[in-house]
Design a protein around this ligand. Structure first.
Ligand SMILES: C[S@@+](CC[C@H](N)C(=O)[O-])C[C@H]1O[C@@H](n2cnc3c(N)ncnc32)[C@H](O)[C@@H]1O
Ligand SMILES: [Zn+2]
Length: 430
């Protein structure tokens, strides 16, 4: 539960992969205004019936149901485990569109066999990256692959317990119940999927990139996971899943890789069960000594300076990146369709010193959504100039400059509904 001290305050949340809680000017982090917590979930999912978000009926139902709900019903799954998922279905057949039975469906009654590549179920054959101007562009991380994490084991997400992901997953599964079905959308190399499954959720690690999923599946194969984790290639714009089929959709640093996040959010709403939740993981800074803060500040400033230099070097080559979605657009869309989140702090207390090494690694290897598309020749020119600049300003070992951040994990749980409903209700209650 949220501590009283957090209620009504502005909680600064940052990207899990962006070096902990300190603001990074090169990649603005999201800020969640955490006012007016609502704990009464909506027990009807209008998207299940294809009603538009703003339809009067959908709105009326949502507020009627909230008005009659005084307790927070559990968001636990009701399915007793009988093998993962018992006999219920999550996926739909790519050929005949019928629901597929079981959690890891290998074949449909129509005879269609779901293809698998490297232990990843293939639920779509869309390209991993689409830049077609059709209102459905996206940046799968196919050219990023293992570089997404890099070799630096000081990153808490790289070590055996997946650091903050482990803490957040354990907390989420505690809230949902062990038998819940959770879709980790844009699972990447699988840190959330693996830790959710370890904690007991029936987990689907989904991504558009086969490369990312292959690595995730390989990592998972070294874990003692009890048949409750599968990886599936699918597109967030068109989930091959039944309506009302999952208890939670976790999406971490994903929706801003889509130029139409709203379309993906509508898909998320469709597959969520009526009391299902949308979830993000985040982090929150913990106090540092003055000396640690100073170390951290120096690291942040140097990293930001080097990143800016690289961006300017790219611009000098005439390269100006891709106009994709932004954190602000995504935050706005989430607020349109979900209630203000309940923000739950985890017990996790981790120290991270590897921000510089990882930041430089990602810059050098182009390991992010739009950076992966920078042409080789342009990158080589910009990177060589940047490296020379960094050596001259920070010394030959600039990539080893220490950082220092300490943080805990936050689980942001969004229930279906809109913030406009909350506002309307509070006016009505005056
Ligand atoms: C920044 S990474 C985040 C990975 C992971 N959630 C994590 O926290 O480590 C974004 C992921 O979203 C995936 N992605 C991008 N567009 C997608 C789409 N249309 N459908 C599904 N996944 C997508 C990328 O392939 C990539 O693995
Ligand atoms: Zn079929």
């Amino acid at each position: 539960m949220l501590t009283p001290a957090l209620r009504g305050r502005v909680a600064h949340l940052t990207c899990l992969r962006n070096g902990g809680p300190t603001q990074d000017p090169a990649r603005p982090c999201r800020t969640v205004h955490h006012g007016g917590l609502r704990k009464d979930p909506v027990s009807h999912n209008p998207y299940r019936y294809g009603l538009s978000h703003s339809s009067g009926l959908a709105r009326r139902r949502r507020s009627d149901e909230r008005a009659t709900t005084t307790q927070i019903p559990s968001i636990n799954s009701t399915n007793p485990r009988c093998g993962p998922m018992g006999g219920s279905s999550v996926f739909i057949c790519s050929k005949c569109r019928a629901p597929l039975k079981g959690f890891a469906p290998e074949r449909c009654e129509c005879g269609y066999v779901v293809p698998q590549v490297d232990a990843v179920f293939q639920f779509c054959d869309d390209p991993p990256i689409s830049l077609k101007h059709d209102g459905r562009r996206y940046l799968g991380y196919e050219l990023v692959g293992e570089n997404y994490d890099g070799p630096n084991s000081s990153d808490p997400s790289d070590n055996g317990d997946y650091g903050i992901y482990g803490g957040c997953s354990a907390k989420l599964v505690h809230l949902l119940g062990r038998d819940s079905v959770v879709l980790d959308l844009g699972a990447g190399l699988g840190p959330a999927s693996i830790t959710l499954a370890r904690a007991g959720a029936n987990t689907i690690g989904a991504d558009i990139s086969q490369k990312m999923l292959s690595v995730a599946a390989k990592r998972a194969s070294n874990e003692q996971i009890d048949g409750n984790l599968i990886f599936a290639r699918m597109n967030a714009y068109n989930l091959p899943m039944s309506d009302d089929s999952v208890n939670a959709v976790v999406a971490i640093d994903v929706l801003h890789q889509l130029d139409n996040p709203e379309a993906a959010i509508k898909e998320i709403l469709r597959v969520l069960k009526p009391a299902g939740v949308f979830v993000e993981f985040g982090s929150r800074g913990l106090p540092l000594t003055q000396e640690q803060s100073e170390i951290n500040r120096r690291c942040r400033e140097a990293l930001s300076d080097i990143r800016n230099y690289y961006s300017e070097a790219l611009a000098a080559c005439g390269y100006d990146g891709l106009p994709f979605s932004s954190w602000e657009t995504v935050t706005h869309c989430i607020a349109e369709y979900f209630m203000p989140p309940e923000v739950v702090q985890t017990q996790y207390d981790g120290v991270w010193t590897g921000a510089m090494a990882k930041g430089i690694h990602k810059l050098r290897t182009r390991a992010s959504g739009s950076a992966q598309l920078i042409p080789d020749d342009i990158h080589d020119v910009a990177w060589n100039k940047t490296h020379a600049y960094a050596v001259s300003k920070y010394g030959a070992n600039y990539a080893e400059l220490p950082g220092y951040s300490r943080y805990s994990g936050l689980v942001k749980v969004y229930r279906i509904g809109s913030q406009a409903d909350v506002a309307a209700e509070s006016v009505a209650n005056v």
